[in-house]
Write a protein that binds this ligand. Structure first.
Ligand code: CO
Length: 132
């Protein structure tokens, strides 16, 4: 059984977003981190057993920049903790679901991550997270 790891929210700028979310989710677990593979700068806020991930694009070529241009800030993805990102992506592909990543790639905080396409999960971008 997979568990919800975090909820990703796209924002144009981390600083003001952190201030908005602080009363709900507390302080971030550390300084913001640039995730080169996704061209984003992220901060995580603990929310019970899961976390809120705030994503700021690092440039106009970021998928999150395109998301913000198209839809504005808001809910971007749901992330589920799995034993194996590669196996989770393969399972989605095997049942005919589209995937953004064929195999996992480096995520924030030393984790491996991989994304299924929103068409595979009722219009929701789904991220799989594997902890080291
Ligand atoms: Co995420």
């Amino acid at each position: 059984m997979v568990e919800l790891d975090h909820i990703g929210i796209a924002v144009p700028a981390l600083g003001p977003a952190l201030e908005r979310w602080r009363p709900i989710a507390g302080a971030p677990d550390g300084p913001p981190e640039v995730v080169a593979s996704q061209r984003v700068r992220v901060a995580f806020l603990r929310a019970g057993p899961a976390e809120v991930e705030l994503l700021e694009p690092t440039g106009p070529d970021s998928a999150v920049a395109r998301f913000l241009a198209r839809r504005g800030e808001g809910l971007h993805h749901l992330a589920f903790r799995v034993p194996s990102v590669d196996a989770a992506l393969a399972e989605v592909a095997q049942r005919g679901g589209a995937v953004v990543d064929r195999v996992g790639r480096p995520g924030s905080r030393g984790r491996r991550v991989g994304f299924a396409h929103p068409t595979a999960f009722d219009g929701v971008l789904v991220e799989f997270v594997e902890r080291p």
